[in-house]
Design a protein around this ligand. Structure first.
Ligand code: CA
Length: 236
């Protein structure tokens, strides 16, 4: 049994527990291996019920949740259940690329996603990035920022347009806040990933596009957000 005694070369940070809800044994074992090597305690569940039990009992730092699970609850339903009682960070594992929009669009409160097949190394980097974010929230500015006719209150995490208050997911809000804090500057997808998702997040730049699409859908013309073709985005 591993009694973590600060093994040579390993990182110091007090790593937490990760619950992995995945019925595919091969993937579960691979993820387990990499997360353990990265210093995490890993608990596995093969279905959603067991996963929810583990979260309730063990209060993990993070949950990896496969969408396609056997039994009465799939991963999406499990995520919804989870959010009724917990704000633990969740990374969704999807089998299909075309599920991504659905996953992010449903506002399940998931923090990130990976698409199978994924690199376990990349997954570990994302887990770390999310936990870093969860630990160290930035200090919000006192005054609300206005972009176009959108007002972003960093302190209250509230967004208003002439049409009223708009509800954003945590990630959408952080992305909008970053645009609002950098008006007139062209931001590449990679810069946005680094700033909003955290450096060390080696994920798909399409994540940014998906979130931008959501912002545009929710804020409409109130948000002066331009696509700079081949480069990224600029908010004026
Ligand atoms: Ca599965």
């Amino acid at each position: 049994m591993t009694a973590s005694t600060g093994a040579a070369g390993e990182e110091q940070a007090p790593h937490g527990t990760v619950v992995v809800v995945e019925d595919d044994r091969n993937i579960a074992e691979l993820v387990d291996l990499y997360l353990r090597n990265a210093g995490f305690r890993v608990l596995q569940a093969g279905d959603a019920r067991r996963g929810l039990e583990l979260v309730a009992q063990e209060r993990p730092s993070l949950v990896l949740l496969d969408i396609g699970l056997p039994g009465p609850l799939d991963g999406l339903q499990a995520c919804r259940e989870l959010r009724k009682t917990s704000d633990v960070p969740v990374i969704i594992i999807t089998a299909r690329d075309d599920e991504v929009d659905r996953v992010l669009g449903l506002e399940l409160g998931a923090d990130d996603y990976v698409t199978k097949p994924f690199s376990p190394r990349e997954l570990v980097a994302r887990v770390r990035a999310i936990l870093r974010r969860a630990e160290g929230p930035r200090r919000p500015a006192e005054e609300p920022i206005t972009v176009g006719s959108v007002t972003v209150d960093l302190l209250r995490r509230e967004v208003t347009t002439p049409a009223g208050t708009v509800t954003l997911t945590a990630r959408e809000f952080d992305l909008l806040a970053h645009f609002a804090e950098n008006p007139g500057i062209v931001l590449t997808r990679q810069q946005l990933l680094d700033a909003v998702w955290g450096t060390g997040w080696f994920g798909d730049e399409r994540t940014v596009d998906v979130h931008v699409r959501q912002l545009r859908r929710k804020l409409g013309d109130a948000l002066p957000l331009a696509t700079v073709w081949g480069v990224g985005y600029r908010c004026d």
